[in-house]
Design a protein around this ligand. Structure first.
Ligand SMILES: Cc1cc2nc3c(=O)[nH]c(=O)nc-3n(C[C@H](O)[C@H](O)[C@H](O)COP(=O)(O)OP(=O)(O)OC[C@H]3O[C@@H](n4cnc5c(N)ncnc54)[C@H](O)[C@@H]3O)c2cc1C
Length: 415
């Protein structure tokens, strides 16, 4: 059995950031990764995907993007190279191709079983990803058997889809990007829209992410928001990172022929049902967007920079079409449903009672009720950008500090 002080499960950006922080503080550890570094970027993302955050916004502990075109957007292949080079830069103690199959407590330590032998450690950091598995509504099982259905982790490009129309359920970053790509091939695309967050790609002469970064919005901490659980449930931003750098929103999609309908509420055979909530969800997203743009205006006014970044017209309002409550998909020539309805976590190997009734890990800023057990990379774990490439590092540094203090307390108790 291998022994080490800390085991990190997962070799994505979160696992690597944690490893770098532990390395800097001299904490012995290993990373167990079932695939390769950044495996999900290699095998679970669609071909055309680019990050929606600009290249400069990929700062990790001791690492940042140093190539050209800082304001452009990395392709998924670039993300893999970026993280591979990061791992090499500090000789991350990686064990790749090693899947963790069981983690359980042994006294105040842990035993970690893998498909390549067992390990014992004092701490375990779970870094297996916030977007570990696509979430699909239970009613998907009612869809007629002659319809194709797939999730974003299976989608690669429109060529893999049968000829015919496509219903995309979900209009956050993934849903709008896939709807746009599929519509470009001339197919009929229907987009079912629920709660979403609209932002323009650029405002007052700069990329929106530059403003959010400068104003500290993305670094807001868990105690700065009125309802942390609601903030954790927020959908991803309706943004796309493309070479052209333009916005992608429900109006752009409608201009390109995508038909938008309300949130999908059920399905029976070939019949799909939608909520009568399109005007509400669009109205809500517009108000939130104007609130944020107003914040940027105010920020510039306060710094007396309004002249340097002249006022520009706000994005066009999204037209709210008359949307049907139900559609017979077969009659409309639709034979594929893409469920862009979010992601979930799954810890079948975790045999420590830290999961709540919904299967999520209970934690306070990544510290679980079981001393020595940590989780990293979750949505708004400590900060608004906890699950972002650019945000996970600050959380990793905090957890490293906690882990070192936990070690000191344990040593004192044992003395
Ligand atoms: C479509 C999409 C687009 C995104 N775009 C952006 C963006 O533009 N900008 C941004 O900052 N963020 C973006 N994100 C969010 C975030 O950056 C990614 O989800 C990122 O992959 C999270 O990194 P992670 O290390 O937390 O998890 P992951 O990358 O999911 O890594 C977890 C690792 O754990 C491994 N693993 C899982 N189970 C086990 C096990 N039992 N044993 C051993 N290893 C295991 C997996 O193989 C995987 O390599 C995007 C996410 C998605 C899904």
């Amino acid at each position: 059995m291998g022994t080490t002080e800390t085991i990190i499960v997962g070799g994505g950006q979160a696992g690597l950031a944690m490893s770098r922080c532990l390395t800097d503080r001299g904490v012995e550890h290993v990373i167990l990764e079932r695939g390769r570094v950044a495996e999900r970027w290699r095998t679970e993302r669609w071909d055309s995907l680019r990050l929606l955050t600009p290249r400069w916004q990929s700062r990790l502990p001791g690492w940042r993007y140093r190539g050209p075109d800082l304001d452009g957007f990395m392709t998924k292949a670039e993300v893999v190279t970026y993280l591979d080079e990061y791992a090499r830069s500090f000789r991350a103690p990686l064990h790749t191709g090693v899947a963790v199959t069981r983690v359980h407590g042994r006294g105040d330590s842990f035993e970690v079983q893998t498909d390549a032998g067992a390990w014992a450690s004092s701490n375990v950091v779970i870094a297996t990803g916030y977007c570990a598995r696509a979430a699909v509504p239970a009613f998907a099982a009612e869809l007629a058997g002659d319809m194709d259905q797939l999730v974003p982790t299976q989608y690669r490009n429109p060529r893999q889809l049968r000829a015919g129309g496509v219903l995309v359920a979900g209009a956050s970053a993934t849903g709008i990007q896939l709807a746009a790509e599929i519509a470009r091939t001339g197919r009929e695309v229907i987009l079912a829209v629920g709660n979403h967050i609209r932002l323009p790609r650029r405002y007052r002469g700069r990329d929106i992410m530059r403003w959010l970064d400068e104003m500290g919005v993305l670094r807001e901490t868990a105690d700065q928001v009125p309802d942390l659980e609601a903030s954790r449930r927020q959908p991803s931003l309706q943004l796309i990172g493309s070479e052209e750098g333009g916005s992608l929103d429900l109006q752009v999609l409608q201009d390109r022929g995508v038909r938008i309908v309300g949130r999908m509420t059920g399905v029976s055979g070939h019949r799909a049902y939608f909520a009568d909530d399109l005007a509400d969800s669009i109205g809500h997203a517009e108000r939130k967007m104007h609130g944020m743009l107003h914040r940027i205006d105010w920020h510039l006014a306060r710094l007396r920079l309004s002249c340097a970044f002249p006022v520009e017209p706000r994005p066009r309002a999204v037209a709210v079409p008359v949307a049907p409550r139900t559609l017979n998909l077969r009659d409309r020539g639709v034979n594929t449903v893409v469920w862009a309805t979010g992601y979930r976590r799954d810890y079948p190997w975790l045999h420590i009672p830290v999961l709540d009734a919904t299967g999520e890990i209970m934690h306070r800023g990544g510290v679980t009720p079981r001393p020595g057990l940590y989780v990293l990379g979750l949505q708004f774990m400590r900060r608004r950008n906890s699950a972002f490439l650019d945000g996970v590092g600050a959380d990793a540094a905090d957890l490293t500090e906690h882990l070192i203090q936990h070690r000191a307390r344990r040593l004192v108790a044992a003395a």
